[in-house]
Design a protein around this ligand. Structure first.
Ligand code: ADE
Length: 232
């Protein structure tokens, strides 16, 4: 996948995308990252990209002509691309959406800052508006890294154990079952001993599968009952 980022803060990339599984995928060219500074397309010598909102109100808004110029500097090499604008007022990101996004060959991400981006740019230049959750960050850069981290690990060949995708949270509308490792008996600071559930060391695969399914269901009911109703 080819990823192109439009941002006022190019130094924020690759950021977290340079580490671990995603960092390896970047190094191994499973995806490429081009980071474009919006200030290069500013309207004056200082590279100004924003102005006051019409109708008044706080903050500044990124100009549509700046976005258009930046977009015109990019040539998509395929028809299989998407253009995303990250904003708290977009459609909420989900695992289903990540699965669909990860199938694109090229992805352009516009990171907002200030009060936002002129609505005409979003509509006329055909950006999908995506939010990573119901809270407000100061800009889209961290949101872009969240979206990309979620997307890139779904690209075939990126994960060492692709079967883990089948079991993890949201893969079947349930949260994932709990995990345990050594030591089998762990003594806490108060001297109380905590044992790993017996079934997990029984070697009985069918019983383990059924125990995990039951735990996943109970955890989902208690932590996220909405998932059992919601069409993600
Ligand atoms: N920019 C600021 N807050 C955001 C959010 N919650 N999701 C996506 N982009 C954002």
């Amino acid at each position: 996948m080819r990823v192109v980022i439009l941002t006022c803060y190019p130094e924020m990339f690759p950021g977290s995308l340079g580490y671990s599984v995603i960092g390896n995928a970047l190094e191994n060219k499973r995806f490429s990252l081009e980071v474009i500074n919006l200030h290069n397309f500013g309207i004056d010598k200082r590279g100004s990209v924003d102005d006051e909102p019409f109708g008044g109100g706080p903050g500044m808004v990124i100009r549509p002509d700046v976005i258009e110029k930046a977009l015109n500097s990019i040539t998509f090499k395929t028809d299989n691309y998407c253009k995303i604008f990250l904003t708290p007022s977009g459609q909420r990101l989900s695992q289903t959406k990540l699965n669909n996004l990860s199938k694109h060959e090229e992805m352009l991400i516009l990171c907002g800052r200030f009060e936002g981006v002129d609505q005409r740019a979003i509509e006329i230049l055909d950006f999908q508006e995506i939010s990573i959750g119901d809270y407000v960050l100061s800009g889209g850069e961290i949101a872009a890294q969240v979206l990309l981290e979620g997307c890139i690990r779904l690209i075939p060949g990126v994960l060492g154990h692709p079967e883990s995708l089948l079991e993890e949270s949201f893969s079947n509308k349930l949260l994932e079952y709990p995990h345990y490792t050594k030591p089998r008996v762990w003594e806490d600071k108060k001297g109380i001993k905590h044992e790993v559930p017996d079934v997990l060391v029984s070697g009985h695969h069918e019983r383990i599968r059924s125990w995990r399914k039951d735990k996943a269901m109970k955890k989902t009911k208690s932590m996220r009952p909405d998932l059992l109703k919601e069409d993600l």
